[in-house]
Design a protein around this ligand. Sequence first.
Ligand code: ADP
Ligand code: MG
Length: 709
Amino acid sequence: MSTKPLPKLSKTPTRIGSQALLEKIGLGTPAALALHLPMRYEDETQLWTIAEAMAQSGEGAVQTQGVVIRSQVLYRPRRQLVVTIEDDHSELNLRWLNFYPSQQKQMAVGAHLRVRGEIRDGYLGAEMVHPTVRAVPANAPLPKSLSPVYSVSAGISQAAIRKAVLGALDHPSMQMVLAEILPPSILVSAEKAAMQFSLRDAVMYLHQPPADADTNALMERTHPAWRRVQLEELLAQQISLKQAHEIRKGRASPPSILTDQPARSLSPVKTKSLTHQLHEALPFELTAAQNKVWAQISNDLQASYPMNRLLQGDVGSGKTIVAALASAQMVERSYQVAIMAPTEILAEQHYLKFKEWFEPLGVSVIWLAGGMKAKEKKQAQDLIESGQAQIVVGTHALIQDAVHFAALGLAVIDEQHRFGVRQRLEISQRIGSVTYYCHQLMMSATPIPRTLAMTYYADLDVSVIDELPPGRQPITTKLVKDGRRQEVITGLEQWLQKGLQAYWVCPLIEESEALQLQTAVDSHAELSSVLGNYPVGLIHGRLKAEEKVAIMANFKSGKTKVLVSTTVIEVGVDVPNAALMVIEHAERFGYAQIHQLRGRVGRGSAESTCILMYSEPLSLAAKERLQTLREVSDGFVIAERDLALRGPGELLGAKQSGEAMLRFVDLQRDAWLIKIAQDLADRLLIQHPDLVQAHLGRWVGSRTEFLKA
Ligand code: ADP
Ligand code: MG
């Protein structure tokens, strides 16, 4: 949201061109344009002198103007355009990290520019980075009300889309297009706040706010006009969720007896109680929480409609074994199981675990990932197609075109929030079969409150593992200023002398001019030379998948003692002998990231320590975050703090399916509307089923497909 496209200063697309472009992004009709409400507003009603603007440095966007006195392309630290403007008293630098020749031309020396952006103390002193720029004379009139800013795609300028929207609002069909669908009897029950505007008035108001409009309420989307639109949209989302649930209940799950069973005929399961055997072979007892969720899942797997369940549990809570038990139950019934993880490192670990658990029981476990040689891949695909492969572990490659399961009964998707909505949609579309839909189990270590989860995701049941296995060594978390780096390294050496291993986590791999972060490469070189006797590995996102897997294997086997990494080890990695973790520039990480990283230690019998190195000065938020992380180890408590701070959308990392349907609602900010919308949805479905499709068509259109994700 913060990186908006650069303003087009030169060519505005021709009418024909922009109409075609609008059609391409689904805005070809007056109806679509009318509901394409502003993404945000800009306050261009005020103009400040450069000096006044600079006095508001760091306080949000301001508008000022001046004449270009310098325009330079600099090459350090990287190629960038710096344009300096001046008014009667002061100068201001404007900076672009990427730019087009046309922009340079527009902002040539002597041009008069009106610019809008936030002033910050930057690399070159007070400056605006990527401001919005208009080349207009100094006396060009200011708008009287807020200016809407629309989301656009490449090639369409704000000016073009504003014009198109205004044209649509004037269109003779608008009366009809924005006519009320919801009958008054339904509307009266809605909260008054959302009902001060008719739909049509609300839409008009939002596109063209009057001069006296409540600016804050509009910007923050709490204005009654927004409320009206939000309620409509949320209502459509809730109806879709309910419909999706009905549809799932109407679908057939994998039948308990397969009539046409390649899996059984080619690779017979010798015993009926595979699940039981797996249970017995485990070197530990399941926790009460694991038993509870296992019972829920086992129950689902026997239902007549397909399971769609999210298994949440803090890092290290033991989700994998629950997935294994579910797999056993399906293999026992002659079905195949697919286990999918977002990265090869994670998938590989699952593969090793599943092999260890299942091969002694006579179940075949195979590996399939993008990085395999063509021949191996073909072999794996053949085994899957013939049904000989009973459990298949891998990455997204598992659901690619060339993979045809003989009898897939269950798909397990680990760290599912790391797959995008589109990818998950693809997953669920690919795992249905002709005669039945396979069960789906998703797993996530990001605990979010259940009610929120159920509104966020599509039609989904939620299970939670809310306790850790016994005997876990608590992790001691320490905060250390980066000035004490040498002491930390000395401490690390003592740690290694005890035969233990350590992670060393660096935030970025390349120098970032803004943050000046220590690079992983530098840290690796430094640690390698200081810790001469102990091999140090380096892993980061730029490596090929098989390189990463090899590096992880070396660390797991103890060949390397220290693993310097970027955040690629964030999820799932399990090396019990690694009991120390040092995180550099911990102040740059969010709650969830540190919590997940830290979950990599404390997995063995040794007492574990996590050292959060930070550099001063700390912002208040960072200070509070680090202190919380030092004191609190419960992932749910941390998630709650995070939730309060950032809202669930960000917490989940990726847009979730239920949310992807919502354009104007923010489930955190507008949480109070959810209950109202749920009640309205129930009433509309019962009392006015005839209106449901019209309402859905208006608000969600093709976005209902996200519900299947
Ligand atoms: P996560 O939920 O983060 O995916 P894992 O499934 O990787 O956690 O489990 C973390 C570790 O705890 C693994 O080494 C696993 O074998 C172990 N474990 C799981 N359940 C139990 C249990 N009930 N008792 C003891 N150890 C367990
Ligand atoms: Mg896991």
